[in-house]
Design a protein around this ligand. Structure first.
Ligand code: ARG
Length: 467
């Protein structure tokens, strides 16, 4: 890091009452510039809005505001060009930008911080950054929903085993399984939309904690920054990070969903299942075992919940018990959110790619769907419907038939009518119709059920919702 403040006598920005410069270790623990430089665009945007408002209110002159505006644009282009002299001695992005502005434009730079504090400044910058991440998450989640919808549409009729306890339970359709994730991912999306709406208020103008005696216009800066309104309590504005906690919470829930889908992809692509094949783009080979195609991306997505939830727990723990208003503890918010956001966006992009490129082995799915006595419930339901048995008795009769098939090493439809009738006399040949997996899934027409007709209705509903 090149240093724009190598003068160790005292900090250039707040060193008025300090005789000596900070100890090197103090500087190391205090500085956040190593990571909060990611807020540079938001910081400069906030400062521009603030300076324009100060001039509009007659608190600084138009000439000074103009110099500040131009200087800030120069700073922005220096940072974007990668030749900005970031300095750890200047602690954070706010003081780095302001110190550079001073070098560039001189005295007017010192007027920018009128009626403002780093406390409302950082709260504003960080809100703007997290708000952008909500928008990015919403867009990425929409893309994932679209990829899942395309899979669901292709395979609305494909039968596959539905599992409970990872044991074959009842046949379901591929489309139905994909649509289960559409529901989950859409709720994730709505959580980011909600969080974004709630966080979209401006802390700027809360100043250090108590507001300011200057005649500022908080409505004006709120509008300039795309916020719905200024926050109504200055103490709250500088001291809460619930918007970051909401972002992290929504990210964690989303990462849990992604980890479950990732796990299914890992299982389904294994040699024992072969339900799906991941494209080459999303697989890696082994350096020693030539036959391997490892689902690394899926495994990594499965793992990401570890760090995203870790960041969430970290920030909850940092915020817990902090007295109002600002405390330096809160500087520890950023790395957690940066890391979680980066990993969530990466996971969403990778998952969308994998789902879009997935090849489904429909023969394997169908064969697995009809094995494991998957239509035993259909048999029991038939006995209830057609032979008038109470469900409990039907369950018992079906269990006896399953045991018989198991003994013979065959599946339910392979038993003869005579064999079935030896267990219960009222069974007729019509029973064989419900033992087929296609009939089984087609019969599950209840709202939200696995029948292809139901799945198609849900696909149509989501397509209409997403426009
Ligand atoms: N770097 C600080 C942070 O991220 C900025 C606010 C500092 N405020 C203060 N009063 N020291 O929280």
């Amino acid at each position: 890091m090149t240093d724009q403040a190598t003068d160790k006598t005292s900090n250039a920005m707040w060193g008025g009452r300090f005789a000596a410069g900070p100890d090197a270790i103090m500087e190391a623990i205090n500085a956040s510039i190593g990571y909060d430089q990611r807020l540079y665009a938001q910081d400069i945007r906030g400062s521009r809005a603030h300076a324009a408002m100060l001039a509009h209110q007659g608190i600084i002159t138009d000439n000074d505001a103009q110099a500040i505006r131009e200087g800030l644009l120069t700073v922005l282009s220096e940072i974007e060009a990668g030749n900005f002299p970031f300095s750890a001695a200047l602690e954070d992005i706010h003081m780095n930008v302001e110190a550079r502005l001073k070098t560039l434009i001189g005295e007017p730079a010192g007027r920018l911080h009128t009626a403002r504090s780093r406390n409302d400044q950082v709260a504003t910058d960080f809100r703007l950054w997290v708000r952008d991440q909500c928008d990015a998450a919403i867009a990425s989640l929409t893309a994932l929903i679209e990829a899942l919808l395309a899979q669901a549409e292709a395979g609305a009729d494909w039968v596959m085993p539905g599992f409970t306890h990872l044991q074959t339970a009842q046949p379901v359709t591929w489309g139905h399984h994909m649509m289960a994730y559409v529901e989950m991912i859409a709720r994730d999306r709505s959580r980011f939309i909600d969080a974004r709406n709630r966080m979209n208020e401006s802390p700027l103008g809360a100043a250090a904690l108590a507001g300011t005696g200057f005649n500022i216009d908080r409505q004006m800066t709120a509008e300039a920054l795309g916020f719905d309104r200024p926050m109504a309590n200055s103490l709250d504005a500088v001291s809460d990070r619930d918007f970051a906690l909401e972002f992290l919470s929504a990210s964690s829930i989303c990462a849990v969903h992604l980890s479950r889908l990732a796990e299914e992809l890992v299982i389904w692509s294994s040699a024992q299942f072969r339900f799906v094949a991941m494209s080459d783009k999303w697989s890696t080979g082994s350096s020693i075992m030539p036959q391997k195609r490892n689902p690394d991306a899926a495994e990594l997505i499965r793992a990401k919940i570890g760090r995203i939830l870790g960041s969430t727990v970290a920030l909850f723990t940092i915020m817990k018990g902090l007295p109002l208003a600002y405390s330096k503890d809160m500087q520890e918010d950023k790395e957690q959110v940066f890391d979680a956001a980066d990993n969530l966006m990466l996971s969403l992009a990778a998952m969308t790619g994998m789902i879009s490129d997935l090849t489904v082995n429909t023969d394997k799915l169908a064969a697995a769907a009809s094995s494991g006595f998957s239509t035993a419930t259909d048999l029991a339901d038939w006995l209830v419907r057609e032979a008038g048995l109470p469900f409990r008795d039907a369950h018992h009769v079906t269990g006896t038939l399953v045991a018989m098939a198991e003994d013979k090493g065959c599946d339910l439809p392979d038993l003869s009518l005579e064999e079935m009738q030896s267990v219960h006399g009222s069974i007729t040949s019509a029973i064989f119709e419900v033992l087929g997996v296609h009939n089984s899934v087609a019969s599950r027409q209840s709202y939200g059920g696995t029948a292809p007709s139901q799945v198609r209705e849900q696909i149509a509903r989501w397509k209409a919702l997403l426009g």
